[in-house]
Design a protein around this ligand. Structure first.
Ligand SMILES: [Zn+2]
Length: 138
């Protein structure tokens, strides 16, 4: 797989988080497809998340066969908190015919509020322990 980091060379910690999410020891290995907790998504959901949060990395996974059709897979990693995405560009003969959207995540998070204030909340996943902070004060 080829990893294209959105913000230049990542920290070792960031790189390890991505490899762990994909379930591979290093970037010479391709992750198994389907990706962890992968579900069908939509063009609308994919672009909605991309408009709100920049992917941390875009990964070219290369050729796969989906429902007996040739497809090239692009993975969009949104970090460990938000859902990540994969886009399968399905080919008809040698021409890109259509895109199929998926969402995936290393953990199927179950967030609970662990602290809150007037216009902020802290969340922790009960399964993996990842935390998030939401502040609506603008
Ligand atoms: Zn989790």
């Amino acid at each position: 797989m080829l990893i294209n980091w959105a913000y230049g060379k990542p920290s070792d910690e960031e790189r390890e988080k991505l490899l762990k999410a994909l379930g591979v020891p290093d970037d010479l290995c391709n992750p198994l497809f389907p990706l962890p907790n992968m579900k069908r998504s939509s063009e609308k959901e994919f672009w909605g998340w991309n408009a709100s949060y920049s992917p941390r990395a875009r990964i070219w996974l290369g050729s796969q066969t989906i429902a007996y059709q040739h497809a090239n897979i692009l993975i969009y990693w949104m970090g460990e908190v938000h859902p990540s995405f994969a886009v399968a560009v399905i080919y008809k003969n040698t021409v890109a015919d259509r895109a199929v959207y998926y969402r995936w995540s290393a953990c199927d998070h179950d967030f609970k509020i662990t602290a809150s204030g007037h216009c902020w909340r802290d969340y922790t996943c009960t399964k993996c322990g990842v935390t998030d902070h939401e502040d609506s004060s603008g």
